[in-house]
Design a protein around this ligand. Structure first.
Ligand code: NAD
Length: 277
């Protein structure tokens, strides 16, 4: 079994740096995919209310023979539930679907600055309640830009533990990355493989050949070397195993820089400043 490093969050909780993402895994396939991942050594699962597969994630973990405390579970607030009362109901719904009495990490999925009168601060204050009552061991945000984080920062009691953002070699997010580091917010890189797009890049391919690794492994290792948390998604057993097999090599600083230099500021997902949910 691979030994996966932990990262210490700003509240003292620890998060496994590597996990399993389940976005776009249809509910009937989710339990099997998560079970395969747990058998392969994954101990961190990233889901969301909007993925529609929280129940299947919970079932796979409950049936795995692992104790609840051995698996780090993240879920996220639905975009249609930012009003405080809706957020409270949605959070209870997520716990119920998962079959757990707490989650390790609960996130605001998108800032939605053009919705709810731009008031994601009230939503954040509601997440602070879940943290205080212990049902969310850590709370954080997703898809927040520096100016969104600054607003939270001036009005918050609790600093977000993480910011989950789109990052891959074609979208390195240098400025946001530095901002998060300065504010002790851990970056989680979503779509770390660029949904497969970056794997055909000749520079990635050349580096992969030199290390005797696959392009996916090299890209995932690049995220690890940058200090980010990653959770690639796959439903294919061989890829689930391949993706976690990145803890027996290190990239040189030069190779990390060569991959970072591939940046094109190219998003595959929506722009958080305009995305309305
Ligand atoms: P990803 O970058 O993990 O790419 C997944 C795709 O890459 C797979 O469908 C498969 O086609 C391919 N792939 C996986 N392993 C491979 C391998 N070894 N070789 C070749 N191809 C391979 O994309 P993702 O699923 O979008 O992102 C990962 C996770 O990030 C999601 O499951 C979800 O948990 C999270 N996410 C969060 C947000 C957000 O807004 N917070 C948005 C998207 C994704």
């Amino acid at each position: 079994m691979p030994v996966i490093p932990d990262i210490m969050l700003n509240n003292g909780q620890r998060i496994p740096q590597f996990g399993f993402g389940v976005f776009l895994i249809p509910p009937p396939q989710t339990e099997a995919a998560v079970s395969h991942a747990l058998q392969a050594g994954y101990r961190h699962v990233d889901t969301a209310e909007m993925y529609g597969n929280e129940a299947e994630v919970g079932q796979a973990i409950s049936k795995s023979g692992l104790s609840r405390g051995e698996v780090f579970v993240t879920t996220k607030l639905s975009n249609d539930a930012h009003q405080p009362d809706d957020a409270r109901l949605a959070f209870e719904g997520s716990l119920k679907a998962l079959g757990f009495d707490y989650v390790d990490l609960f996130l605001i999925h998108w800032p939605l600055p053009t919705g709810y009168d731009g008031d994601f601060v009230s939503t954040w204050r509601t997440l602070e309640e879940f943290y205080r009552d212990g049902r969310a061991r850590s709370i954080g945000v997703s898809n927040f830009q520096p100016h969104h984080l600054r607003r939270i920062h001036t009005e918050r009691e609790i600093t977000p533990a993480v910011n989950q953002i789109e990052v891959n070699p074609y979208l390195t997010q240098g400025e946001l990355h530095r901002f998060c580091a300065e504010h002790e917010i851990v970056v989680e890189a979503w779509s770390p493989l660029g949904r497969g797009r970056v794997l055909a890049d000749p520079t990635v391919d050349d580096i992969a050949r030199r290390y005797g690794k696959t392009p996916a492994q090299v890209v995932l290792r690049w995220h690890i070397e940058r200090g980010d948390v990653v959770f690639p998604k796959s439903v294919t057993l061989s890829r689930i195993r391949e993706n976690i097999d990145v803890f027996d090599f290190e990239l040189t600083g030069e190779d990390v820089e060569a991959i970072t230099a591939l940046n094109r500021d190219q998003r595959a997902g929506p722009n958080p400043d305009t995305f309305a949910g």
